[in-house]
Design a protein. Structure first.
Lengths: 667, 438
């Protein structure tokens, strides 16, 4: 047993110890979480570089060995999650100034639970961590500010989706256990129908947590509706969904070679999620709702990459299989880091302006927040796939993988790949709209209005560090891909090599290649090219004689500039999309007269209010489902439960008989 | 108190009393006098929401505050709603005028044209001048409509002075007006084509409009007809050979126009962009006192040349152009039909050109001693001048232009349109800021 075998349980325990100490002082919880996250990162790096670590074990309730362990696959997710938590925990020490320790407690429990499921050696312990994570997150959402009923409603929506997720994950694990007789995370030989059942259950269960369509309500609703605390939003959106992705990766890694339809289904769901998420992000005016929708898009992209990988695997397209896997891993990493930075910057906006409304936020900030602005600009730029940042590399890899769907042999699958490619490209465009809007209306503030001391003091440092990480992940992509090779290898149960090469003047190993050969991109060359261009510009500027900077007021078409209310707001910025895509967004204009109207009316101005609403068709479905469930529940309550004991006993009898018959058939 | 019978003496076209812009000069003067005395009777007139607009635009006494905003009849607010200023110096606004657009982005919830950036005071500057000198300024008020403005002004002064003109003079004015109508209508088609990026058609339409301008230049000595109506002007030398040549050129231009329009008719891109764009209803055009192609595009058969005709229109055949859709396409179609009818009128005029020394036409009756009112169908619709003359010099001059009357319809039509419809809508109305900023 080496030192890392001891560090692993210490890392996981740190979170729970911190949760306990939160009663003494909430900063202990964040401090302990910081330590736990750092240890987790340390162990994860060691596992990826050297090999798996096992830390502690005991006999489980079914007589199987249980314990903590980390292989290169879980190490990748632990590394991403731990890195994110270092930032969020540091930020939380300054951010959380509430008198109650509950936010700190639930925060630490959530992180500990995710750490537990990432390091669980068996699916049983994984399930324990999974459920604890749901409960911890539920507690975090309850700490949101706002009207209590709205907060409760959002938290219970989360819980409902979370428990549905647990149910489906349980079904998947049960299927595995039935076939293999063990909870261990090892490859299992399953019959085709059972494998299909496990796959579908797992896809629904983990998809629920990732917030992919049609379950995306589970992602954006609790964050946007409850206006969850910013540290909680960051954890929910980046690492909770990362846990969902880990579950899916882990499950697929133990399943046999997939039939082609698995990949097709995953590809389709991913593409629809990416498009829907991007579309709703582009028309969201909520400073946290917009990033939450963007998470749906990004998780959709992970599914797309994984879907291409599965189809490629079933078609024995090994090069594409490995490349798509790398794309999926890279997408998960790029998103986790960028989304954390985005939510933390949203926290700053909230802290400074006391609003989540992007239409109101504009034009309010201090100009001493420049370092915070760096992070708050770099993160959305990365999510908008701007070079040379992390999101650019992952988006390029996913599109390159999709471009190669012509290699699939079933025409139907080629067609799915084609449509998915179009959807992902469209999503990329829409996300650009969303992120430009976010930057313009929440970050590029005019220096004014906010009082000194409003800015959490640690935020600037954390955001600068995250911005640097985002840039580094983008620029150093070829080396990071090589570093991640053991993780991909652990997933694929194959020795793989990173898809890196060189070309012309670019040194060997500096470029990513997407095929044999297909496309090529050198992430380090991008900033070098940009740097040379900037240098040339500077030289040219230096040679000029009249280096006069002219400052002037913006041209307002000949009118007096700066008239309040005469500029585009964030709502107006994306109304074009609301109007153009009204058939998809179900855009609807609601007008109400607000002024008195008399018969001589037309000489008197008529005042009216207008609201432009968009509608998520899936939310309409869920609302109807909730109404149906509530009505059925009320009918059951009135028809069976109250008063008449005979009727109630009859109900119990019938229910018992159904269960007995089911068990008899199952056995 | 205003004579209540005013409301019953309005010319009828099956829409009694509703066509505000067509109140007879007597009625208008009665209302004006009443308002000048502080009366508010017009506001109580039924179906007259345009009254306030007209009062401000035309009837308002010179001391009244300048008209700045046109028809802000609704106050719209809501989440994300803001005012987007468009103009006075922006792409697509060819003159110095500004529009305040209430919007939540993309869609126009309400648009309020704001005029008065160029306070030129041309009308007030002519007081005290001789009629000839005043005419030189009046014709520069709105260059593209110079023939209509100067004709209406001169007719009003002649009415005020009780002076008749020769038939030949009346025909020369009509000849100029019809040529200028052809130019303006083709120009509107070109501008709409420009908005639809129909570049080939645009170039051809501009070339054709330029040919018409050159024809006016060669016939009247000035392409904008400046100075053409003064005694001894170039058209008095329009001999038989000149008329034959002119008729030949007009025949060629007519054919070219037909060929051009048939090209536009085959372009779905062009037609789709103007069909259903910026539509106004018949009820709205009547209620707000619309004039010209804007009115006729909603099926109202009213044209000054037919409804209150003066020579030579009394002696010529003029088909009346109407459409029923009320949208930009309808307005363009009315203009196309009017180009044809103007070519037809010109052909008739040149065939029946009065000989020199022709009969003297009687002056129309003055509405008050030394004060005359005259109306002319300008390219964009009814134009009215109210002029007083004392001792051969011009006194007070008021005008109600077609643009004055049509502003509210543009504002109404633009409601619920999208920004990209703006240029099609704007050009199809043929409104000139210059006619309002006078």
């Amino acid at each position: 047993m080496d030192a890392f075998s001891i560090l692993l349980p210490i890392a996981v325990a740190s979170f729970f110890v911190g949760a306990t100490l939160s009663v003494v002082d909430r900063r202990w919880a964040y401090g302990a979480s910081l330590v736990g996250a750092a240890l987790l990162v340390l162990v994860a790096i060691r596992v990826i570089v050297v090999g798996s670590v096992t830390g502690g074990g005991w006999s489980g309730p079914f007589g199987e060995p249980e314990g903590l362990s980390m292989d290169p696959l879980s190490a990748f997710f632990a590394l991403a999650a731990g890195g994110v938590w270092i930032a969020t925990s540091t930020y939380s020490i300054y951010y959380d100034d509430r008198p109650s320790p509950l936010l700190a407690l639930t925060y630490a429990v959530t992180l500990g639970s995710i750490a537990l499921l990432l390091t669980a050696s068996s699916f049983l312990l994984f399930l324990v961590g999974w459920e604890a994570m749901t409960l911890g997150s539920f507690g975090m959402i309850l700490q949101a500010s706002g009207r209590p009923m709205r907060v409760f409603s959002a938290a219970f929506v989360f819980l409902a989706f979370g428990e549905a997720s647990t149910l489906f994950v349980f079904l998947a694990v049960a299927g595995l256990r039935v076939a293999s007789g063990t909870f261990a995370m090892v490859p299992v030989a399953l019959s085709v129908p059972l494998a299909g059942f496990v796959f579908v259950s797992g896809l629904i269960g983990f998809g629920l947590k990732m917030g992919v369509a049609p379950f995306h309500m589970s992602e954006w609703l609790p964050i946007a509706h409850s206006s969850a605390p910013s540290n909680a939003s960051a954890v929910l959106s980046s690492t909770l969904t990362l846990a969902g992705a880990y579950g899916l990766f882990r499950l697929i890694s133990v399943l046999p070679t997939p039939p082609v339809w698995w990949g097709g289904v995953m590809l389709s769901i991913g593409a629809i999620s990416a498009l829907l998420g991007a579309l709703f992000a582009s028309v969201s005016e909520h400073s946290k709702g917009l990033p939450a929708y963007s998470t749906i898009e990004n998780n959709g992209l992970i599914l797309v990459a994984l879907g291409v990988a599965l189809v490629a695997r079933s078609e024995s397209l090994d090069v594409l299989y490995v490349f798509a896997l790398f794309a999926a891993f890279y997408q998960a990493l790029a998103h986790a880091v960028a989304k954390t930075a985005l939510f933390l910057s949203a926290g700053y906006v909230e802290h400074a302006t006391h609003t989540f409304d992007l239409n109101v936020v504009r034009g309010r900030a201090k100009d001493d927040a420049r370092e915070a602005m760096i992070g708050a600009i770099v993160a959305p730029l990365s999510l908008a796939a701007a070079p040379p940042l992390a999101g650019f590399v992952s988006e390029w890899m996913i599109l390159e993988a999709l471009f190669q769907s012509f290699r699939f042999s079933p025409p139907a699958m080629q067609f799915v790949g084609l449509l998915a490619g179009a959807a992902v490209a469209l999503a990329a465009g829409l996300v650009l709209v969303a992120m430009v809007k976010y930057i313009a209306f929440s970050t590029l503030w005019r220096p004014s209005a906010v009082e000194a001391g409003d800015r959490p003091p640690g935020l600037g440092t954390v955001l600068v560090a995250l911005a640097g990480t985002i840039a580094a992940i983008g620029i150093a992509a070829p080396w990071i891909l090589r570093f991640l090779t053991p993780s991909v290898s652990a997933f694929a149960h194959l020795p793989v090599t990173a898809p890196v090469s060189g070309l012309l003047l670019i040194p060997q190993g500096w470029s990513i290649v997407s095929g044999s050969p297909f496309g090529i991109l050198s992430p380090p060359a991008v900033p070098i090219g940009l740097g040379v261009g900037a240098l040339l510009g500077l030289v040219y500027y230096g040679m000029g004689r009249n280096r006069v900077t002219r400052r002037t007021v913006p041209w307002m078409a000949g009118s007096a500039p700066g008239v309040p209310g005469e500029t585009y707001g964030s709502f107006g910025y994306s109304t074009g999309i609301r109007v153009m895509l009204r058939s998809v967004l179900r855009t609807r204009e609601v007008r109400a007269r607000s002024g008195p109207v008399t018969r001589a009316e037309l000489l008197t101005p008529v005042a009216y209010n207008v609201e432009l609403e968009v509608l998520d068709p899936f939310k309409v479905f869920y609302d109807a489902l909730v109404r149906f469930a509530t009505a059925t529940s009320a009918a059951m309550k009135q028809g069976i439960m109250p008063g008449r004991i005979g009727r109630y006993l009859a109900y119990l009898l019938v229910a018992t008989l159904v269960v007995v018959v089911y068990i008899a058939l199952a056995v | 108190m205003m004579d209540p019978s005013v409301k019953t003496r309005i010319p009828s076209d099956g829409e009694p009393s509703r066509i505000l812009a067509y109140w007879s000069p007597d009625d208008v003067v009665a209302v004006w006098n009443n308002l000048a005395k502080g009366g508010t009777e017009i506001e109580r007139a039924p179906q007259s929401p345009g009254a306030a607009h007209l009062r401000a635009a035309w009837l308002g006494p010179p001391s009244a505050p300048r008209l700045r905003r046109v028809a802000p009849l609704e106050q719209v607010d809501g989440y994300g709603v803001f005012t987007f200023p468009y103009g006075p110096i922006s792409m697509g606004v060819p003159e110095a005028g500004r529009f305040d657009v209430r919007t939540y982005g993309e869609r126009v919830l309400d648009i309020s044209p704001e005029v008065g950036f160029k306070a030129r005071r041309i009308l007030s500057s002519v007081a005290g001048l001789t009629i000839e000198d005043a005419a030189l300024r009046i014709e520069r008020l709105a260059g593209p409509f110079s023939a209509a403005h100067v004709s209406a002004f001169l007719a009003a002064t002649e009415s005020a002075a009780g002076r008749g003109i020769s038939a030949r003079e009346a025909w020369i004015r009509a000849l100029a007006q019809e040529l200028q109508r052809i130019y303006n209508h083709i120009h509107v088609v070109a501008r709409v084509a420009e908005a639809a990026s129909q570049n080939v058609g645009l170039a051809q339409a501009h070339a054709l409009a330029e040919d018409v301008l050159r024809l006016m230049g060669s016939t009247f000595g000035h392409r904008w007809l400046f100075g053409a109506f003064l005694p001894g002007g170039p058209p008095t030398r329009l001999g038989p050979d000149d008329r034959v040549a002119l008729a030949g050129t007009l025949g060629r231009l007519s054919k070219e126009f037909e060929r051009l329009w048939s090209t536009f008719q085959t372009s779905r891109t062009f037609l789709d962009r103007i069909q259903t764009t910026c539509g106004v209803s018949r009820e709205e055009t009547l209620r707000w006192g619309a004039v010209g192609p804007t009115l006729r595009a909603t099926g109202v058969a009213w044209d000054d040349r037919l409804r209150s005709p003066v020579p030579p229109y009394t002696d010529l055949f003029l088909p009346l152009a109407t459409e029923s859709s009320g949208d930009a396409l309808g307005r363009v179609l009315v203009r196309v039909l009017e180009v044809r009818s103007s070519f037809l009128l010109l052909e008739q005029m040149l065939e029946r050109w009065p000989a020199s020394g022709s009969t003297q036409l009687p002056a129309s009756e003055a509405i008050a001693p030394g004060r005359g009112v005259a109306r002319v169908e300008s390219p964009s619709g009814d134009l009215v001048y109210d002029v007083s003359v004392h001792d051969g010099r011009v006194g007070r001059v008021s005008a109600r232009t077609a643009s004055d009357a049509n502003w509210p319809l543009f504002a109404l039509g633009m409601r619920d349109a999208v920004f990209t419809d703006f240029h099609f809508a704007w050009e199809s109305f043929g409104i000139l800021f210059a006619e309002t900023d006078r």
